[in-house]
Design a protein around this ligand. Sequence first.
Ligand code: T46
Length: 317
Amino acid sequence: MNLRTLKLEDAPLMLEWMHDRDVTADLKADFASKTLEDAEAFINHSIQMLDGNTDRSGNSDVHLAIVSDEDEYMGTVSLKHITETDAEFGITVRKVAMSHGYSWYGMKAIIDKAFEEYGLESVYWCVSRENERAVRFYDKHNFHEAYDIPKSVLNRYEGMDNLKWYSVLKGDEIDVRDTVAGCKIVRIKTIPTVNAGELSFFEATKEIPFEIKRIYYITKVPEGVRRGFHAHKKLKQLLFCPYGRIQLVLENKYGREEVELSDPSVGVVIEEPTWREMLWLQKDSVLCVAASDFYEVEDYIRDYNEFKDFINDEVKN
Ligand code: T46
């Protein structure tokens, strides 16, 4: 997969999705009436814009082709209405490209460009809530609903209701691993507010797969200190770091792996016997834990060899 400048020879495949009701049903613009010449004109215009030109209304947009390894056009990904700080994201892919990772690849690549190449602070976009496929896609990738879209942007969508807005801020991690030593890495819903921080929340048993009976947090730990060195027999926990940087080393029947917790919107769910060690990479980092049960000293295995025997016995049974 690749992202490249649009070429005139992409026009027929661009026209293919424009005339495909399955692709365009929930899109704002009327694509059904477009012709090959329209597609070519769009591509020519996009190439001019890449040269730093703006259109008559002063907009500067970037439209790039998402292509296969064989350089076949699969869809277009865009940053529109680019200002010094933000831009609107847009994407359309051909039906054959759906569910093959092209949308995610294109989206991630252009958002990376927005922050790294164009120096933007935020990227936003919206979809019709009736566009279930798109809403599922953005939710699956843990993008968060945005509630503070400026009026000037909303005006562009006047007359359209039932829209769901999303935004990504510079520094948001949008490509984290799914698991660490078989433990699920979860995205904690996080709502950004422009210039006023973020609010994160999770609800049992929606984002985390157990009822919460206890919450505890570890604070005031100096840099370089390690804690943990134990496993639990039954306890399930969600670990997250709302402030600072903590390295988590996890070991269980899936192996030994580490992950850095440094994003308040990322947590790790430990559901089975797992040896854990936590290293404070930054002084005063906070480790928060939501646990499935009350504190029970008998649930701890604090001897590493005993833990190894415990998981070996579990594997055998
Ligand atoms: C874990 C990691 C991530 C209590 O009395 N009640 C509690 O709910 C907890 C969690 C601890 N304690 C007592 C037991 C010890 O006397 O607090 C003291 C410190 O606990 P510990 O040495 O186990 O702390 P960590 O940081 O090594 O481990 C803790 C949790 O205990 C453990 O369940 O998974 O954080």
